[in-house]
Design a protein around this ligand. Structure first.
Ligand SMILES: CC(C)(COP(=O)(O)OP(=O)(O)OC[C@H]1O[C@@H](n2cnc3c(N)ncnc32)[C@H](O)[C@@H]1OP(=O)(O)O)[C@@H](O)C(=O)NCCC(=O)NCCS
Length: 147
């Protein structure tokens, strides 16, 4: 069975495992609580048969914009539309909150994610030099949600 639901604090260990595995980052647990407290419906986890397969975390960014901070699906669960499902859930949360634009940053080298976001209707609208801690540049991507 596959379900999506808002993140809850007991999810932190599983989220940390996905971030380490799929994003190769290591953030303090308090970061997840901060994001959760900023917008509960913008931090969504996908559970298959009781195990977390992926999540998306976004925060409001100004009046009508949501900014995706993290999106990851564990390797064995990829290419099963889980990423798409998480993003579609996020779009629903955006509409419910009156946010009509979604923005994000992605590593220029992350061809898989860029292709994934383009399939979802995102386009590149800018770049950020040396955005990542290793000095890599980011593309800025956005999608306007139809009402
Ligand atoms: C990017 C990521 C979240 C995609 O998740 P996923 O569950 O595998 O993606 P989905 O199965 O939902 O794919 C959705 C669409 O994107 C396309 N897509 C997915 N992976 C792709 C790839 N490797 N190449 C081209 N297109 C791809 C699919 O074809 C699909 O299109 P369709 O619905 O028309 O068939 C996943 O690869 C991941 O976690 N990567 C590592 C972390 C990461 O890079 N996160 C983004 C950081 S900004």
């Amino acid at each position: 069975m596959i379900v999506t639901r808002p993140f809850a604090p007991p999810d932190i260990p599983e989220v940390i495992r996905i971030v380490e595995d799929s994003l190769r980052e290591n953030y303090p647990p308090s970061l997840y609580l901060t994001v959760h407290n900023l917008w509960r419906e913008g931090f969504i986890v996908l559970i298959q048969d009781g195990k977390m397969a992926g999540f998306v975390a976004a925060v409001p960014n100004g009046n009508n914009v949501a900014r995706v901070l993290m999106l990851a699906v564990l390797r064995p669960y990829r290419n099963r539309s889980f990423g798409k499902r998480l993003m579609n859930e996020l779009f629903s949360s955006c509409r419910a909150k009156g946010l009509d634009t979604v923005i994000l940053e992605v590593r220029k080298s992350n061809r898989v994610a860029i292709a994934f976001y383009e399939r979802l209707g995102f386009t590149v609208y800018g770049e950020m030099k040396k955005f990542y801690s290793n000095g890599e540049d980011a593309y800025k991507m956005m999608r306007v949600l139809e009402t």
